[in-house]
Write a protein that binds this ligand. Structure first.
Ligand SMILES: [Zn+2]
Length: 215
């Protein structure tokens, strides 16, 4: 177990525990929880709270919609089916890689020093999951996000305006963040990235590349 310094936002963990994330982001959170004891514990606690709300309700003594109203007040939702379908640690990313190691993937060229492997999430609520590999000194052109972007560092390290990120770390970003991560160190930086909407590039190069590379 590594010792990640950057974790998902609490709301993201709560959404994961409640089965509200799209599959792509759920895979990233599950993969982080595999290497982060702290987040694994938080998810267990959040799941216990969610289960407790339902277990303690007394439907027989309530009107038909009382439970829904109660949950609405707490911000919770009844989604038992989705909760059961959530990717679980250990099987989460393996299912997408089909048993291949990261080195054996069919990496596609994106830009000098940058390659990616795109995986369409095919479970509930979809999303796009990709592995991006940058050589030291290379990065993704500066961009913000129309939707949510969750990044798990698998190997190597990168830095951006927000700090330094290493294996096991999560960057949990939304449309308020603009960033330009650059890999550093001796080995390529490999990131697992889930996006719920296309990236919004700020530079001409990024805008020109976008349709061709599915970024
Ligand atoms: Zn964590």
């Amino acid at each position: 177990m590594s010792n990640p310094q950057h974790h998902p936002r609490y709301e993201t963990l709560a959404d994961f525990a409640a089965g509200r994330l799209d599959e792509a982001r759920a895979v990233v959170i599950a993969a982080h929880a595999e290497v982060c004891e702290q987040c694994a514990r938080d998810i267990d606690a959040l799941e216990a709270i969610g289960g407790g709300v339902l277990a303690n309700a007394e439907p027989a003594a309530m009107s038909a919609d009382a439970l829904e109203k109660t949950l609405a007040m707490t911000g919770a939702q009844i989604m038992p089916a989705q909760a059961d379908e959530r990717p679980r640690p250990a099987s989460a990313l393996d299912a997408y890689l089909g048993g291949r190691s990261i080195d054996a993937l069919n990496w596609k060229w994106v830009a000098p020093g940058v390659h990616q492997h795109v995986m369409k999430a095919q479970g509930y609520r979809d999303g796009v999951l990709r592995l991006v590999k940058f050589a030291p000194g290379k990065g993704v052109p500066v961009h913000t996000h129309k939707g949510e972007e969750l990044t798990l560092l698998m190997r190597g390290a990168y830095r951006d305006a927000l700090g330094e990120w290493r294996a096991g770390d999560i960057a949990d970003l939304d449309h308020e963040h603009t960033h330009e991560p650059i890999a550093f160190g001796d080995e390529p930086c490999v990131c697992l990235i889930a996006t719920s909407a296309p990236l919004e590039f700020k530079t001409v190069l990024g805008k020109v590349l976008q349709p061709f590379v599915e970024l």
